[in-house]
Design a protein around this ligand. Structure first.
Ligand SMILES: [Fe+2]
Length: 391
């Protein structure tokens, strides 16, 4: 998505005859988003990509909402999400609005029984535990702990895991996920002040080209339903492509933190953006170096956004009783800040090893039934001092 990329072979000129060595033609497909205005790639198939044999069952995937209007800070114990063999069944939608689904998954098995396409949303996977290979119609990306994988809508993919111990955070975004505009120049190149650059991208490689006829099951998510279609040819039959619309990856460990003499605001952690939410990476870094700096963040009122923090690793200085896999939700409209004692505890500290992913949504989030099962139920009172009674 972020830069021009090409794999395999293609004709010298777009939209011209592209002959197979043994006779016949390859079939061109424009694979784009946002009508004809967004990112696109020109893809060359062995077979026409339109050959549907059957349309089978449709399964409702609409998340079940438990709390529609939430005004409670919450802590979810993410590692309590139960593992499941199937990649899609392992997904637990937790926080949703009309723009995105935020969920966790603990898939045990590689996805090989069928192919998957999300026609509703760009997907962003964050690999907390596990490693493997994202295999798509436009090439493969090896992944490991700390990787973000961005899979644009419409991409047909499977995923291989090296072991059964996998923990993923996933987002399904109804808006395209982009690199931050403030870090791009007029031509789209990332600027010197960007916390990551093009060299950090994990681009798809090793195009898999299968010339295979048969019955190939493709599960397509559309309008919140999962539709099963049978295709007549292997969906990975691409011999070449070029353009800007393809899956790519970025390691959170390659995000270079921006620090200052006094506390830097959360936008310095901005990693990806959409028109409806942002994704930020909190990475190990040196603390503020003004002699009287307060490394802990100040209380703040995020009046018009809901804040979700997913804790990956390290010690979370501003919070008490936070562990790996925990999620905190701070709803817009009420202030939040460091826990009792955290501000004082932070004084004189010179560095942090915290690693976390934050998602700030511009519209309020609803709480799913699955999320309530992970909710500790008491987090919203955790800013009270010990000597205050709760009536
Ligand atoms: Fe915050």
């Amino acid at each position: 998505m972020p830069i021009y990329h090409t794999l395999g072979k293609m004709p010298h000129k777009r939209h011209t005859q592209f002959e197979k060595p043994g006779g016949g033609f390859y079939y061109e497909e424009l694979f784009g988003t946002v009508g004809f205005d967004g990112m696109s790639s020109l893809v060359y198939h062995l077979h026409r990509p339109t050959q549907v044999k059957q349309v089978l069952e449709t399964v409702d995937q609409t998340p079940k909402i438990a709390v529609e209007r939430n005004m409670k800070s919450r802590k979810l114990i993410g590692f309590q999400v139960p593992p499941a063999d199937d990649f899609l069944e392992s997904r637990q939608p937790l926080l949703i609005n009309s723009d995105l689904i935020f969920g966790l998954a603990a898939p045990r098995k590689s996805l090989r029984a069928y192919f998957y396409k999300n026609a509703d949303a760009d997907e962003l996977l964050f690999i907390h535990k596990g490693s493997g290979m994202l295999r798509t119609m436009l090439g493969s990306i090896p992944f490991k702990y700390g990787d973000y994988l961005l899979i644009p809508r419409g991409m047909i993919y499977q995923i291989d895991f090296d072991t059964e111990e996998n923990r993923l955070l996933y987002l399904e975004s109804h808006h395209p996920i982009y690199t931050p505009k403030k870090y791009r120049n007029w031509f789209g190149q990332l600027l010197e002040q960007s916390p990551y650059c093009e060299r950090d991208y994990k681009l798809p490689q090793n195009l898999e080209t299968h010339d295979q006829k048969g019955d190939f099951l493709l599960k397509i998510k559309k309008q919140g339903f999962l539709h099963s279609l049978v295709y007549a040819y292997h969906p990975f039959d691409v011999v070449g492509y070029d353009g800007y619309n393809y899956p790519w990856g970025l390691s959170i460990h390659d995000f270079e933190p921006i620090t200052g003499r006094i506390h830097q605001p959360p936008p310095v952690h901005l990693t990806f953006e959409t028109s409806a939410f942002v994704v930020c990476s909190f990475c190990p870094r040196l603390y503020d170096y003004h002699p009287q700096a307060i490394p802990a963040p100040y209380n703040h009122s995020n009046i018009d956004s809901d804040e979700v923090l997913y804790y990956v690793d390290g010690d979370f200085m501003s919070r008490n009783d936070i562990a790996q896999g925990h999620i905190t939700l701070h709803p817009g409209g009420i202030p939040h800040g460091p826990h009792p004692g955290a501000m004082e505890r932070s004084l004189g500290k010179t560095r942090t090893d915290e690693l976390a992913v934050m998602v700030d949504t511009f519209r309020p989030l609803m709480i799913t039934e699955q999320a309530l099962k992970l909710d500790d139920g008491i987090y919203y009172q955790s800013w009270l001092s010990n000597d205050e009674t709760i009536n």
